[in-house]
Structure formats: structure tokens, C-alpha cells
Design a protein around this ligand. Structure first.
Ligand SMILES: C[S@@+](CC[C@H](N)C(=O)[O-])C[C@H]1O[C@@H](n2cnc3c(N)ncnc32)[C@H](O)[C@@H]1O
Length: 272
């Protein structure tokens, strides 16, 4: 198999990766046939997957603008993925050129591609680290060198926690991050759920099976379970809701028209 220049040496390009599958759903070009094959299989069970991803990205951009409007100028985006268009630093720095953005991902392709995209931007960095080890994230030279944790930060955990199994203690990891942030900080989070999917759970579960087969568990959590990631933070109105319902730019945006966009939940919490 041919290895394009953007694919780092040492990565296994015969095994699908969630970040490259996500890139494919969003219409990106940083994916291989193995990724496309797995993504197409997942879409056989859940044909609306790209719509869910688009609603996720649209939520993320509105939440970043909300954070800038609330005076936040530092962003920590964990599980940031392969940059397609409209990334956090583009949205944040368009609204506030002084905004600083630290991206974190554990996928080497996401890290390599982010490095290329961020070249020349001295207020945006990418660190290679794992959400399951939050102390290491905060200690990376990239994150520690760019962000001042004594001041408010918007922590983005967007479409990433559903890849962390309970056995890997996602609640403990998020609690450590919550505690490390200064008052006034925000958590911006989305998470997959069976709630809201316009299909019977038995059908949608086929998608979970596809991720399981590629050794990347997709953990569906309930509204209540997802809400627990915000423990101790105040929910920003309108709370943890379907992604198109979170502060829409217009009452009837394109994602409002697709029932799949209402799968899963998004919300923002603030540390008092
Ligand atoms: C579905 S993508 C989401 C990308 C972006 N946050 C968004 O919503 O557009 C999930 C990303 O999380 C990353 N990821 C999964 N588990 C992770 C972990 N334990 N630590 C860091 N990143 C992780 C994957 O590599 C992938 O790039």
C-alpha cells in the first residue's frame, strides 16, 4: 500500500483509525481504503453518521464563539482530530486574534497533520498525549508553554469521551482536568448516545459493533451519564441538549432538518 507524504512513518495503515474515519465522514482526504471501508460499514447501520458529525462540528464552532464572547482567550482541545475546515483555532482567532489554542490527540496522523496546518501560527500548538492520562497532557511542553492555567480556559472534549471505556476511568480523568482549571473556565463537550437516534437501538448497535471490531470501542452513554462529566460546574443555558438545540444561530438551520442531527448530546459547563 502506498504511503502518502502526510502519513507518518511507523503508523499501521492497514488498520482503520477513528480519526481518519471521522475525516472521511466529514469529506476530508486524510484517510485510507481501510478507514473508508470501516466507515461505510458503520454507515450501513447508521446512514446519518455524516449528519451527526456535521451537527457536532457546528455545535463546536458555536460553543467556541460563545467562549470568546464570554471573554475566554485560551482553549485546550483534547481529541482534536484531523483538521478539516473551521477548526477551533480558526474560529477562535477570527473572533479574537490573540486567542491561544492547544490541541491534543493520541493519533499520529492527527498530530502530524495538525503540525503541518499550524506551522507559522505561534498561538496554536498540537501535543501528542492521551486523555486517559490528564496529568501528562497538562505537563506537555506544548500545553504548559502556551496556556496559563491560572486564568480561565475553555476545555473541549468534543466527540472523544465516547471512545473511553469505563474501565479506563473517563470520569476520573475529566475530574482531574476540571480541578486543574481556574474559576470561570468552561467545559465544552459532546457525546454519542442511543438517546435521540431515529432508529431502534438494536439497529444502531450495529455501528457500535463495527467500532468494536476495529478495536476502538464506541461507548454509548445516557443523558444522565453524560451529565456527570460536568460535576461541580454550572450548566450554561440551555443545558445538555441535542446538538442543534444548543444556542442555534438561526431557529431553523440546515441541521435542524435532519433527524440524525438530534443523536447524542452537547453542552457547556462553567466553573463558578
Ligand atoms: C471523532 S474525532 C473528534 C475530533 C474533534 N474533536 C471534533 O469533534 O471534530 C475523535 C478524536 O479523538 C481522538 N482520541 C480518541 N481517544 C483518545 C484518547 N484517549 N486521547 C486522545 N485523543 C483521543 C481520536 O484520535 C480522534 O482524533
Amino acid at each position: 500500500m502506498e504511503r502518502p507524504a502526510w502519513a507518518p512513518q511507523g503508523i499501521d495503515i492497514s488498520v482503520p483509525s477513528v480519526s481518519r474515519m471521522y475525516d472521511f465522514y466529514l469529506g476530508g482526504s486524510h484517510n485510507f481504503e481501510v478507514d473508508r471501508e470501516a466507515a461505510r460499514k458503520a454507515m450501513e447501520f447508521l446512514p446519518g453518521l455524516p449528519k451527526i458529525m456535521q451537527a457536532n462540528r457546528a455545535f463546536m464552532r458555536r460553543a467556541v464563539r460563545y467562549a470568546v464572547d464570554s471573554g475566554i482567550d485560551q482553549f485546550l482541545d483534547i481529541g482534536s482530530g484531523i483538521p478539516t475546515f473551521g477548526n477551533v483555532h480558526e474560529v477562535a482567532q477570527a473572533a479574537d486574534p490573540g486567542a491561544r489554542v492547544a490541541y491534543v490527540d493520541h493519533d499520529p496522523v492527527a498530530v502530524a497533520h495538525s503540525q503541518a496546518v499550524l506551522e507559522g501560527n505561534d498561538r496554536a500548538v498540537i501535543a501528542s498525549a492521551d486523555l486517559r492520562r490528564p496529568k501528562e497532557i497538562l505537563a506537555t511542553p506544548e500545553v504548559a508553554g502556551l496556556l496559563d492555567l491560572e486564568r480561565p480556559v475553555a476545555l473541549l472534549l468534543v466527540a472523544v469521551l465516547h471512545f473511553i471505556e469505563d474501565a479506563d476511568e473517563p470520569y476520573a480523568a475529566v475530574a482531574e482536568l476540571r480541578e486543574a482549571l481556574a474559576p470561570g473556565s468552561l467545559i465544552v463537550l459532546t457525546h454519542a448516545s442511543y438517546e435521540g437516534i431515529p432508529l431502534p437501538e438494536e439497529e444502531a448497535a450495529g455501528t457500535v459493533g463495527v467500532y468494536k471490531n476495529i478495536r476502538n470501542p464506541l461507548i454509548m452513554r445516557s443523558h444522565e451519564e453524560i451529565g456527570r462529566f460536568f460535576e461541580g460546574y454550572e450548566m450554561v443555558e440551555p443545558g445538555l441538549v441535542s446538538m442543534p438545540e444548543w444556542r442555534p444561530d438561526t431557529p431553523q438551520s440546515p441541521e435542524h432538518e435532519d433527524p440524525y442531527a438530534f443523536s447524542g448530546f452537547g453542552g457547556v459547563g462553567r466553573k463558578a
